[in-house]
Design a protein. Structure first.
Length: 260
């Protein structure tokens, strides 16, 4: 949490607020004695451990305000010093690789699900719409959380593994059946290429009814990102998948022809 200088600034400010607050004098005296016993010349951390500046840091409880009170205060309050050359004490709630992995997971940000289509404008009844995601934007995303000075770190890596399509109407055929499009190399789906109009796309949809009455269909897609982690000690595992929704409104026309 704090270097010696930061600890001095923090605890001096805390002491000042207590002394200036309208507390009973006995409470103020108790706070003064406690402060002296912790940071005084004969205290636990004389002069805020200034002589150890650069060799370690002060540790103390940190609570996540998004958690219920019973969980926030499961770890008892205490202040202690850990040299950079030492490992933090073994404790169920002391920061570990797994704790840092959870923090990195929380801070992981992946691209929005933006679909590429062909045809890219109005769709046509009974003509397959090819759907894909830009492979350059959907590369793995890694985030590392660390405790500087202690060599303690954990890194999460999110990888896109699949996309599920929803045509927005029951009058459509999904490709593949069920609408789950897997990874193809570094991308999801495949761009349309000239000469493949008669093929079913590896990822896409064929609309069977126009939108002249519905206005448009909402073609939606959900991309699943698989998340794994590893840490400084060689430990690792999986974390909950990330799920990112996206989509676009499509207009479908019906082309009629007269054969003579």
């Amino acid at each position: 949490m704090n270097t010696p200088a930061e600890a001095e600034a923090y605890w001096t400010a805390v002491q000042g607020r207590i002394i200036s607050a309208p507390f009973p004098q006995e409470d103020k005296d108790s706070a003064r004695v406690g402060h002296e016993g912790r940071f005084g010349e004969e205290g636990e951390f004389p002069d805020f451990n200034r002589d150890l500046d650069g060799e370690g840091m002060f540790w103390m409880r940190v609570t996540n305000e998004d958690f219920p009170a019973s969980e926030r205060f499961a770890c008892e309050w205490r202040l202690f010093w850990v040299d950079f050359s030492e490992s933090p004490p073994v404790d169920a709630l002391v920061v570990s690789g797994e704790t840092l992995a959870a923090l990195a997971w929380e801070q992981t940000r992946v691209p929005d699900t933006e679909l590429s289509l062909n045809p890219d404008a109005v769709q046509t009844v009974n003509l397959a719409t090819w759907v894909w995601l830009d492979g350059d934007r959907f590369a793995p995303v890694s985030v590392r959380a660390s405790l500087d000075g202690y060599g303690i770190w954990a890194e999460t890596t999110a990888r896109p593994v699949a996309m599920r399509l929803d045509a927005g109407t029951g009058d459509a055929v999904l490709h593949p059946s069920g609408g789950r499009c897997g990874m193809r190399g570094a991308s999801v789906g495949e761009p349309y290429a000239r000469g493949r109009a008669g093929e079913d796309p590896p990822c896409g949809v064929t609309y069977l009814r126009s939108t002249h009455q519905a206005g448009s269909y909402r073609l939606s897609a959900t991309v699943t990102w698989e998340v794994t982690w590893r840490d400084h000690a060689g430990a690792g595992g999986t974390l909950p998948d990330g799920v990112v929704d996206g989509g676009t409104d499509v207009t479908v026309r019906e082309v009629q022809a007269i054969v003579r």
